[in-house]
Write a protein that binds this ligand. Sequence first.
Ligand code: COI
Length: 354
Amino acid sequence: MTEAVDILVTKTERSKLQDINLENIPFGKYFSDHMLEADYENGEWKNVEIKPYQPLLLEPSLAALHYGQAIFEGIKAYKDDKGNAWIFRPQDNFRRFNLSAERMNMPVVPEEIFIQGMRQLVALDRNWIPAKKDHSLYIRPFMFSSDAMLGVRPSETYKFLIILSPTGPYYANPMKIMVEERYTRAAPGGVGFSKNAGNYGGSMLAATEAKKQGYDQVLWTDSTEHKWLQEVGMMNVFFIIDNVAITPDLKEGTILEGVTRSSVIKGLEEMGIRVEERKINIDEVIAAYKAGKVAEVFGTGTAAVIAPVKELNYKGFRMEFNPDNYRISRHIKSWLNDIREGKTEDKYGWMVKV
Ligand code: COI
C-alpha cells in the first residue's frame, strides 16, 4: 500500500486547448496546460506541485547538463467511448523508471508521487486526450540532477517532473533500416537497459548518417562483432521467421525492457505463435531471408506502438519486405488498440482508470 501525498494544485487561468486541433498532431510538439514538479533534497522528496506548464529556471552549472544524470519514461493515456480516461501499464513504467534511477545513481521516486501524481495530472488535463484512432496523450515523467556544481559526483538534489503531450502516430511510414556496423548503442555492463538521456544522445549520429544514405534508422548490433541484434532505432525489434517470433533477450543488460515489447509477446502467445527471446544475429536473418522465411520485421515502443520495417541493409545487401502482407503485427496492433480503447476485455489488468 502506498500513502497519499499532498499535492499542491495551481490551475491555469487560460487553457491553451482552444488554440490547437487534437487531430494529426506531430509527436511531442504540444504540451498540455499543467505539469507536475517535485524536488529531492536532504534525502527526501518535497514540494510536490501540479501547476501551469511553464519554463524552468536553472543554473548554468546544473549537474545534469554536464554529467548526464537524466532519465525518463514514456507512457500513454487513452479515452474510451464513454469519455473515461485510462493509462496503459503505468506500474511497469514506474518499476522501470526506478531501475533506471538506481543504475544512474539517482534516488528512487515513490509510487505516490509517480503514479498518484500522474493520475491527478492526467485527470486535470483529461480534455487533452485526443479521441481519434492511433492518437493518445503521451505522458513523459523525467528526473535530472539539479546540484549547481561542477564536481563529478552524484548530485545531492534532483528534480522530478511529469509533462503531457497530445500525439498522433509516431512513424507514419514503414521504415528503411541500416544495420549498424560502426557505432555501438550499448555494451554489457553499460547503461543500455536504462532509459537515460545519454542513450538517446549517443544514438543520433548513427541515425543521421543512416538518413544521409536514405534510411530512417539503424538496427543496433553488439559492440564487439557488430552481428548480434539489439534494438531498432529507439525500439525493441521482432522478426517473424518460419511462423516463430524472435526477439533479442534482455540478459546482457544492453536492451530496454519495453512495456510494448512485453505486451506484444503476450499478444503473440495469445495468437498461438511461439515466441523465442534469445540472441539473434544478422547472419541468421540473412539465411532465413534467402530461404524466403522472413515474414515480418517490426519495432515496438510506446511512441510508435508497432513500426513495420520494409528494408534492412547489411553491408550493402538489401533485404526487402512488404509490410502490406504483415498479418501478425497488424493483428497485434489492432488487438492492443482495442484493449486501450476499451473495445476488448483487458484480461491482464493493463489499463488503469484515471
Ligand atoms: C518509444 O518508443 O517510446 C521511445 O523510446 C521513443 C521516445 C524516446 C520518443
